[in-house]
Design a protein around this ligand. Sequence first.
Ligand code: SF4
Length: 338
Amino acid sequence: MNAHANPRPAVRSDWTREEIAALFDLPFNDLLWQAQAAHRASHEANAVQLSTLLSIKTGGCPEDCGYCNQSVHAETGLKATKLMDVRAVLQAAAQAKDAGSTRFCMGAAWRNPKDRDMPAIVEMVQGVRQMGMETCMTLGMLTEDQARTLADAGLDYYNHNIDTAPERYDQVITTRTFEDRIETLEHVREAGINVCCGGIVGMGETRADRVGFIHALATLPVHPESVPVNALVPVKGTVLGDMLADTPLAKIDEIEFVRTVAVARITMPASMVRLSAGRESMSDAAQALCFMAGANSIFTGDKLLTTDNAGDDRDAALFARLGVTPMAAECKVELAAE
Ligand code: SF4
């Protein structure tokens, strides 16, 4: 298999900030070369995982994440909804499967799920699993018991992003702490659920902050199995959207974004690195560079939770031009089991 042409790099959790900063500082071609080698050593060279994300409960969230239009603190006019009906969620999952997705991610705009919501959540997980897709949920903070309930239901992944560097956390969110995030991640790990954890760049941070963000992920005792790297989509009415609108910071430089992806790939070689929010405004060439830098997972469809996404047609056309194929579920299982 071409995936094993290079020796598989050691998975380390002892990265220093200096080492990570030095990777960011490499000449671009050297960085991409190293990232591509790390990628090929642990993953299929030209396969990209397709996941679909569904908002199962939109808006009205009491948290004040400065980037999010679902917060009650944002003035975006987004209408809050109740938790979706289980049947409607399963219908959407069936459509995603027909469109080629192998993972179905369900997101609810909550600070944390209430225990009364758990039976419906459990039914959703079980229903999607029965279709043969991997399941992922993002529901906010979890207690140990809730994490165990989700594990017993068969949940494959739990998404809980660290968002940004620890030292910058309170500039982005004030209603919870970085430590709160880590605590939920620990509950998820202890319950035996795979972790999906990344964050957002382009929030006006410095490169040192991006170093701190990757460092926080790459020094977790066990690396997240999935690492979503988002580029901020500045939405008017959100704190960050209003702050960054019409400034040169409104969109992260694409080369710097590719560098961030490459550093994530090198420091977390066995993880799936996912391009998430912000992909719709990226050029095809920038996305191609992200794949070269080791990104091997994307969200499909026209929408992420509430913001626009690239759309299936554009993705299919790009994949054809790049000779990239959707990753088969069996391939991931095989690699994960090795
Ligand atoms: S990112 Fe999640 S937790 Fe934060 S405001 Fe939005 S929905 Fe709530």
